[in-house]
Ligand binder design. Structure first.
Ligand code: PMP
Length: 445
């Protein structure tokens, strides 16, 4: 079935102008993988091939694709108010969405600062942290602490606190005064864990070592992903996040959870902070807030963080930061419709209920060729393959390509293959993802 117009069949000569992100452009353009249409759990290629979305696009389309209420909300908004100035002016939907996000967030999170992406959300949270320490009279607290194998987007703040060498090494100097906690991935102790690993809570104590090294009076904030997604789906060891919270609190250091992936249902609750019962001072979000339909991100800040800025005369701008498209009307309309869909479909609970199905599908792959670990929590799964010494990541990439050919979208992160389907996924579709993966993994060398 050819479902789309000939315009979507591009000649190779037409592929040059678009310099694609995070992609081997020359390899891709020699053999492009195009997506032209989506609905529910599926994508279609321009020539009409149906592909099951096992990755919510890129961790974002949590409500599934082209859902009617979201589509209609965006269409209506585009015809009603296309844009309104982001500074000194506002439109009502921006307040409504912020209220709705706060309603489902951890109790201490009371304010939303809008951005257009996860990277902007991270840089915004880091700037709020630095500004907070200053307005509190602690200007010496300028140091930021991230974690090895962390991914916090691609702004200079994000790559500085992030822990992925590939994203840093080409760009010279990073932000000054950044340090990193060790990552928590430990195959020797935790391989094939179902849910959260038993071992590794003590790695949070490394923060005490950094405090001893730098002194708390120089440290503004710690940022971590509750689950490290882009570096291979690394679940937090039991007790680790709680310990980080205790140590940060003890030393007056802000704790930021980067929930760009984990917010809006992925872990089986609105936010991972709630699922893991640890309240940070700020939460970054993006992706799922609009189910990927219109770019949007943001920072949830506690009342204490927000209120610290509300000093000085009422006419004074409290923070010199923001984006032309902050709280864009189309994104707000999409966000409101998306949150309503999550609520109406009870999708966060659905993710929780489907978690055991995901767990048994993922761990059912045990014993497959080259598999060295299997991990899962909520509606996320990961398969780690033994690295090919001559070409790290190559096996996983090969598996991803084979799955694509067989009609299932998954993604790779180094030697890991990650699965994160929309929250509307059916058990039979999880089984299809696992069966396709099993076959593709079996054919690796
Ligand atoms: N933080 C985390 C935890 C992410 O996973 C991502 C994107 N995958 C980002 C930040 C960056 O988001 P964006 O690509 O929207 O800038």
């Amino acid at each position: 079935m050819t479902i789309l117009s000939d315009q979507l069949h591009l000649h190779p000569d037409q592929l040059g102008a678009h310099w694609m992100p995070f992609t081997a452009n020359r390899q891709f353009k020699a053999n492009p993988r195009m997506i032209a249409k989506a609905e529910g759990m599926y994508y279609w290629t321009p020539d009409g091939r149906k592909v099951l979305d096992g990755f919510s696009g890129l961790w974002c389309c949590n409500a599934g694709h082209c859902r009617k209420p979201i589509v209609e909300a965006i269409q209506k908004q585009a015809a009603t108010l296309d844009y309104s100035p982001a500074f000194q002016m506002a439109h009502p939907l921006s307040f409504e969405l912020a209220n709705r996000i706060v309603e489902i967030a951890p109790p201490s999170m009371k304010h939303v600062f809008y951005t257009n992406s996860g990277s902007e959300a991270v840089d915004t949270a880091l700037k709020i942290a630095l500004g907070y320490q200053r307005v509190k009279g602690e200007a010496s607290r300028t140091r930021l602490i991230g974690r090895e194998r962390g991914y916090h987007g691609v702004g200079f703040g994000g790559i500085s606190v992030g822990g992925m060498v590939a994203n840093r090494k080409m760009f010279g100097a990073m932000l000054a005064g950044v340090d990193h906690l060790p990552h928590t991935h430990n195959l020797a102790k935790n391989a094939y864990t179902k849910g959260l690993p038993e071992h590794g809570a003590e790695l949070a104590d490394e923060l005490e070592r950094l405090v001893a090294l730098h002194d708390a009076s120089t440290i503004a904030a710690v940022i971590v992903e509750p689950m490290a997604g882009s570096t291979g789906v690394l679940m937090p060891p039991k007790g680790y996040l709680k310990r980080l919270r205790e140590i940060t609190k003890k030393h007056g250091i802000l704790l930021i959870f980067d929930e760009v992936i984990t917010a809006f249902g992925r872990m089986g609750g609105a936010f991972a902070s709630q699922v893991f019962d640890v309240e940070p001072d700020m939460i970054t979000f993006a992706k799922g807030v609009t189910s990927g339909t219109v770019p949007m991100g943001g920072v949830l800040a506690s009342k204490a963080v927000h209120d610290a800025f509300m000093i000085g005369p009422p006419g004074a701008i409290e923070i010199f930061h923001g984006y032309t498209y902050s709280a864009h009307p189309l994104a707000c309309a999409a966000g409101i419709a998306t949150l309503q869909l999550y609520k109406d479909g009870d999708l966060f609970n659905r993710a929780k209920q489907m978690a055991p199905v995901m767990e048994s599908a993922v761990h059912g792959l045990k014993g497959g060729k080259n598999i060295i670990d299997l991990r899962n929590f909520g509606l996320v799964g990961a398969i780690e393959l033994a690295s090919r010494p001559d070409a790290p990541g190559a096996r996983a990439f090969e598996v991803m390509l084979k799955c694509w050919e067989k009609g299932v979208l998954v993604r790779t992160a180094g030697d890991n293959i990650a699965i994160a389907p929309p929250l509307i996924v059916e058990a039979s579709q999880i089984a299809q993802i696992a069966d396709t993966l099993r076959e593709a993994i079996q054919s690796t060398d």
